[in-house]
Design a protein around this ligand. Structure first.
Ligand code: SF4
Length: 408
């Protein structure tokens, strides 16, 4: 595939930008948007990303400081009042920068920069309120874990609420995405999030998605839905058992691969259709293995999302090869979703905002769209979904009996 074909196709361009990176031209560096992002990164220690909106409203986020480092195949250049991305061939496409939220400059009442507590990615506010993960403490951290994001004390509920309030009030986010690590308890870590989720749901009319590890007992999956979670992800990351153990030793040795499947299966019965998600990282295992993972997950009623982390792919990866590799995976995903009558909910799009990719550009039928307009310009749909989800939760969730509390 030529560079021109890459730049003309937003899906391919996103892929190439994630794999091979982008630098920022001198005049762009001086622009208020980018100089502010760099200043905030330096002042707060939060590694900020530029949320770039490509043609067709496709979102890609790129670490701003990585754009300062070295020669890259693409350059972000100023064009009038806006920006464009220019390839080495000289071809360029116009892009927009999602505004860096105003609350990034604010502090909580307790004095913590809000940008350290929560950051936005294409309409999702991502927070990891409690950094605890026993995989890390036991030297079994996942290889792709961004340990720098867990280098803080647990934020208080008030600190999180202030940050959520600030982000929602200025319209920087529509959804909340909470992440939690693993604890060796029956709940697997989700109990650490419970006070935050309840406080957020009590105070705001907003949908919440969570990325967690499977709890040891199914009760805690029912409880996760009861506490107000709208979409849950237990991320398998790879299907191949050996590679799973290599890249996620804690998940394999402590939780066990089979528990991921059984927990996902149970969650798919409890949560609304399309709201249970699991990642399969593209490039981390052979294509045939990723396809088997897609078959397995979709048969369980789970939406596989396909992020492109730098794992398995590098700046020297030929992007056209990567694109050709991805094409059959997306066709396969489309077939699996159709066969199992699955369609992702809006809230389960969150992985797309974190650089998963949109199948439409790779020969798929766009079962999942990582569009800025989908996640941001959907206030009416979001409110409708939130109302429906409240009604459904009231109907579905049985009060937890007293015995249940003994499992906690
Ligand atoms: S589960 Fe893995 S990725 Fe998540 S916090 Fe723990 S080590 Fe990091």
């Amino acid at each position: 595939m030529t560079e021109l074909a890459m730049i003309d196709n937003p899906g391919f361009l996103k892929l190439d930008l994630v794999i091979r990176g982008m630098k920022i031209s001198r005049d762009s560096l001086d622009s208020p948007e980018i100089s502010r992002a760099i200043r905030l990164s330096n002042e707060t220690g939060a590694a900020l990303e530029l949320n770039i909106i490509l043609p067709d409203e496709v979102i890609v986020n790129i670490p701003v400081l990585a754009c300062l480092a070295e020669e890259k195949p693409y350059t972000l250049v100023k064009k009038g009042d806006g920006f464009s991305i220019r390839a080495q061939s000289g071809e360029a496409v116009e892009v927009r920068l999602a505004p860096t939220p105003q609350y990034y400059d604010r502090k909580t009442t307790s004095g913590v920069p809000m940008v350290r507590i929560g950051r936005t990615y294409g309409g999702y506010l991502a927070l990891s309120p409690n950094p605890l993960c026993e995989f890390i403490e036991d030297d079994l951290a996942c290889h792709y874990c961004d340990l720098s994001t867990r280098d803080h004390r647990a934020w208080t509920v008030d600190e999180v609420l202030e940050t959520v309030d600030a982000a929602l009030s200025e319209g920087a986010a529509e959804y909340i995405c909470l992440n939690v690590g693993y604890t060796r308890s029956a709940d697997g870590g989700i109990a650490l999030l419970e006070p935050y989720i309840q406080a957020i749901k009590d105070r705001f009319d907003v949908q919440v998605c969570v990325q967690a590890q499977p709890p040891a007992v199914d009760h805690w999956i029912d409880s996760s839905y009861a506490m107000g979670i709208d979409s849950i992800a237990y991320n398998l990351e790879v299907y191949d058992p050996q590679i799973f153990e290599e890249i996620a030793p804690g998940k394999m040795r402590v939780v066990g691969r089979e528990r991921y499947f059984s927990a996902l299966k149970h969650a798919a019965k409890i949560f609304p259709s399309g709201a249970v998600v699991s990642n399969l990282i593209i490039g981390s295992e052979p294509v045939a293995s990723t396809m088997k993972g897609i078959d397995m997950l979709t048969a369980l009623g789970v939406i596989p999302t396909l992020p492109i982390y730098r794992l398995g792919l590098s700046a020297s990866t030929d992007a056209s090869t990567a694109a050709q590799t991805i094409e059959p995976i997306y066709r396969h995903l489309g077939e699996g979703l159709r066969r199992n009558r699955l369609s992702p909910t809006l809230i389960s799009h969150f992985n797309l905002a974190f650089n998963a990719i949109d199948g439409e550009y790779f020969g798929g039928e766009a079962p999942i769209r990582g569009r800025w307009e989908t996640v941001v310009k959907s206030k009416r749909g979001t409110r409708l979904a939130a109302n429906l989800s409240r009604v459904r939760r009231r109907l579905r969730v049985r009060p937890l009996d007293d015995d249940f509390s003994e499992d906690h």
